[in-house]
Write a protein that binds this ligand. Sequence first.
Ligand code: IPD
Ligand code: CA
Ligand code: CA
Ligand code: CA
Length: 260
Amino acid sequence: MYSEFLDFAINLAREVGKIQLSYFRSGNLDITTKTNVSDIVTRADKECEEYIVKEIFATYADHKILGEEGGFRGNEASEYMWVVDPLDGTTNYSQGLPIFAVSIGLVHKEQTILGVVYAPYLKELFYAVKGGGAYMQCGDNEALDIRVADKRSLDCSVIGTGFPYDKGVNADNNSDNVARIVPYVRDLRRMGSAAYDLCAVAAGMLDGYWEMTLNLWDVCAGNLIVQEAGGVIFNYRLDRKISIIAGNGTIIEEIKRYIQ
Ligand code: IPD
Ligand code: CA
Ligand code: CA
Ligand code: CA
């Protein structure tokens, strides 16, 4: 039923990936700040979002879109909402670090039905349709179904996290959580793209992940990909936007012991 949407979203993600790569390490990023000096945006973020919006409305003129750079657009009454992060991992991207992605989710009547995340430099595509499992395709290889890792304890687990953009002015910035959990994990990663972190959990490359103060465009696609890979998304607090723990059911209970 959703295969038409999936083909569309995968093609779109691959085209957006080409735009991202065209500016990557170009020295032509036109970097400006948004809420503070940590929160930056580039020419590529804006151009990718414009391209996504144009393509979605060219095919689905009566749908609505929520995008990081432009907010809500389109038919407010539509049952379909595309939730897009045109470039997740802008800080990595601006530094020439290769972990960045485009994230495209589709919500139908309040339920996420599709998620596509594409990391073009890595040539890694992740996707899921509700009820259909989760898949990863590397380069031109065949897509393979993915499952979350089955680790049972933190001491053999590698866990991802991230820091909010208001970390400089708000002491509630995840550093306490990091200090508490570090002694008990095999290692910690701050990879710099929430969408990619979630896909890494889905594919068992990370054993778990938590982050606070995310937005819907960061997690819409990735959350579904984790769930379709057999994982769990737990919203661990409601006062800091979207704050989640991801992993298998056992590992999220372990992470919960150290995280506030
Ligand atoms: C950010 C990245 C980062 C996470 C931030 C996000 P952006 O998204 O996902 O890993 O730590 O919270 O805002 O701004 O690069 O799209
Ligand atoms: Ca951003
Ligand atoms: Ca993002
Ligand atoms: Ca972004």
